[in-house]
Write a protein that binds this ligand. Structure first.
Ligand SMILES: Cc1cc2nc3c(=O)[nH]c(=O)nc-3n(C[C@H](O)[C@H](O)[C@H](O)COP(=O)(O)O)c2cc1C
Ligand code: SF4
Ligand code: SF4
Length: 371
């Protein structure tokens, strides 16, 4: 059993899988269920000066594999409805959003209601307003402040992080991606969500690589801890977040799709991964990628000169021949493809496209850094 505990902004979490803000952390019963389900810490749903009231349904719809689209915007409970439980033996963090004037009132109130730290969600406001609100919040409370960043403020997320670094203790990367638009074409062109234009925010597996990039960008830039959020569905996703610079990983879509027991299942899978790979603790894998690649060295991934064919797996489907735009593969139905190494560009497309996994390059463990 690996040591899974992490320390973050003075709080100790028994494992790095935290419950992210959403319906799965809305109110005392949901928080208790997430704690029972094995979450290492809880970020309660975002409290607003004006609680979110959906005008119509639906406000959450599925998207692709393990993805969700939502137009929900924070908690439907008022600040007065919230108390943050102290008896769950894991840290409980309150989430809030609002203008400087609003958070001056909300922040101290949520701390008085038991929050051990505050997560400020920047996605709810424009950028200058978010900076002003964080400045105000810093003066108003003594507990750690986590700033949850959103790509809605532009691609230069690391610049934004650097700008607010003086006022916050940690960063959360990232909120749902959006706004996005996905419509029901079979209904003659109808919105799928109850937003006026059908807009929503994408979460879960489809946004994972975007979130990994934002964690890496921000971790490269700031000297404060980064907490990942975005499509962590498997132990591999969690390991990836930790390797690029996250200290802990929030999950929201996962427990929404699988229920609160998903926290413990993911933690067990993470533990299994660490054991299998011979690591004693999460600290052993944290920053492995960040430390090697933060300066973006020039890299050559060494592969074979041309892909290798496993004749036993090939069904002669000809797809590799169709996708090779360099004329390096001659493929005829029901026959083994002929690979002409002289023409091969080593692009890897045929390896990706082969439905049988019959083509491969040497694993990319041999990496050469160019000066
Ligand atoms: C239905 C739904 C409601 C959400 N509500 C909130 C919220 O109130 N506050 C917040 O900061 N993030 C909210 N989020 C965003 C998640 O906390 C998380 O940052 C995002 O979904 C990406 O992580 P995931 O892929 O693990 O879900 C919500 C996400 C979903 C799907
Ligand atoms: S690696 Fe690229 S160029 Fe080489 S055979 Fe495959 S598709 Fe063609
Ligand atoms: S795509 Fe794969 S299975 Fe199909 S012909 Fe090429 S090697 Fe064989």
């Amino acid at each position: 059993m690996a040591n899974l505990a992490v320390e973050l902004t003075g709080l100790r979490f028994p494992n790095p899988i935290l419950a992210g803000a959403g319906p799965s952390t809305e109110g005392a019963a949901a928080l208790a269920a997430a704690a029972r389900g094995g979450a290492g810490g809880l970020v309660a749903r975002t409290v607003l000066a004006h609680p979110f009231l959906p005008a119509a349904e639906p406000s959450v719809v599925p998207y692709g594999r393990d993805g969700l689209l939502t137009n929900q915007r924070g908690s439907s409970l008022t600040a007065a409805d919230w108390t943050y439980p102290q008896d769950l033996s894991i840290p409980v963090i309150a989430s809030l959003a609002g203008t400087a004037a609003e958070v001056l009132e909300l922040g101290p109130r949520l701390v008085a209601s038991g929050a051990q730290a505050l997560e400020f969600a920047t996605a709810f406001l424009g950028w200058p307003e978010s900076v002003e609100a964080l400045q105000a919040l810093r003066k108003a409370v003594n507990v750690p402040i986590w700033a949850k960043l959103s790509l809605r403020h532009g691609e230069d997320i690391a610049d934004r992080a650097a700008q607010i670094e003086p006022f916050v203790d940690a960063f959360v990367c990232m909120s749902g991606f959006g706004p996005v638009l996905d419509i029901d074409v079979d209904a003659g062109g109808a919105p799928r969500l109850s937003d006026p234009y059908g807009y929503g925010w994408l979460s879960g597996a489809p946004i994972h690589p975007i979130a990994v990039r934002t964690v890496f960008e921000v971790a490269r830039r700031v000297n404060k801890p980064v907490i990942a959020s975005g499509g962590a569905m498997t132990a591999r996703d969690v390991v990836e977040f930790l390797q690029v610079g996250a200290v802990a990983v929030q999950v929201t879509t996962l427990p929404m799709l699988k229920g609160p027991q998903a926290y413990e299942a993911l933690t067990n899978d993470l533990n299994g991964w660490l054991d299998q790979h011979g690591y004693d603790s999460v600290a052993d894998i944290t920053n492995l990628y960040l430390n090697k690649w933060r300066h973006g060295q020039r890299v050559v991934l060494i592969t074979e000169e041309a892909p290798k064919l496993d004749k036993a797996l090939c069904t002669g489907c000809t797809i590799c021949g169709l996708v090779c735009y360099w004329d390096a593969i001659t493929a005829k139905p029901k026959a083994l493809p002929i690979i002409n190494a002289d023409n091969c560009f080593e692009c890897g497309l045929c390896v990706s496209a082969c439905p049988e996994g019959a083509l491969s390059f040497r694993p990319r463990t041999e990496v050469t850094l160019l000066p």
